[in-house]
Design a protein around this ligand. Structure first.
Ligand code: GTP
Ligand code: MG
Length: 221
């Protein structure tokens, strides 16, 4: 009884404080036509679960997952958008600030593949220039119903300059690999940018030193 009381008076777990315990935060977005499997993809990755029922997403939702790279803790904030057209204004408002996108189509649905071009234009219009994108052909477990050949997905991804995977949220094929790849390419891009900035600063410092030594040399000393 006393211990129950003591527990009642303890402060609740500091969820927010624990959530702040990370080195980097990557905001990722999952986009694509309705029913391609965006929500299923996220649930498979974050909770290792899959349900055959289709509950179309209303608006937008997110899940958080922490990964590690080079002893750094990276918190992934993964936004699952509704594919239905009527939510487009809400969902595109979330593109800004996203560091990575999973653009998903369904290998058994021609229309979802044709729409990839439109989704790519939406990324160009609403997101940062250096946002990284992976094109994912989902539902590759449905080999008998496939209408989009792997080579077509590959070709389109090359045209768009995106990485490419075929995957299945149902059979858990390539789901973790897709997210790992996206995190890796964001990290690479970040390192490139930091190196470029360091070089720029070093060049600037060298030039300042050179300038001052030149002006020193020009003086009458
Ligand atoms: P919206 O929220 O409307 O944009 O759709 P969504 O892209 O989030 O689709 P969702 O994840 O809800 O999946 C749609 C349907 O496809 C559901 O019935 C899922 O069970 C099914 N599904 C998703 N991924 C796969 C897969 O890899 N293989 C198979 N066979 N079915 C899948
Ligand atoms: Mg959904």
């Amino acid at each position: 009884m006393a211990s129950n009381d003591a527990r009642l008076h303890q402060p609740p777990p500091q969820k927010d404080a624990a959530d702040l315990n990370f080195d980097y935060m990557f905001k990722l977005l999952i986009i694509g036509n309705s029913s391609v499997g965006k929500t299923s993809f996220l649930f498979r990755y974050a909770d290792d679960s899959f349900t055959p029922a289709f509950v179309s997403t209303v608006g937008i939702d997110f899940k958080v997952k922490t990964v590690f790279r080079n002893n750094k803790r990276i918190k992934l904030q993964i936004w699952d958008t509704a594919g239905q057209e009527r939510y487009r204004t809400i969902t595109t408002a979330y593109y800004r600030g996203a560091m990575g996108f999973l653009l998903i189509y369904d290998v058994t649905n021609q229309e979802s593949f044709v729409s990839v071009q439109d989704w790519a234009s939406q990324i160009k219009t609403y997101s940062w220039d250096n946002a990284q994108v992976i094109l994912v052909g989902n539902k590759c477990d449905l080999e008998d119903e496939r209408v989009i050949a792997t080579e077509d997905g590959q070709r389109l991804s090359e045209e768009l300059g995106f990485q490419f995977f075929e995957a299945s949220a149902k059979s858990n094929t390539n789901v973790k690999q897709v997210f790992d790849c996206l995190v890796d390419i964001i990290c690479d891009k970040m390192n490139e940018t930091m190196e470029a900035e360091t070089n720029l600063t070093a060049n600037h410092r060298n030039r300042s030193l050179k300038d001052s030594s030149e002006s020193h040399g020009a003086c009458a000393c």
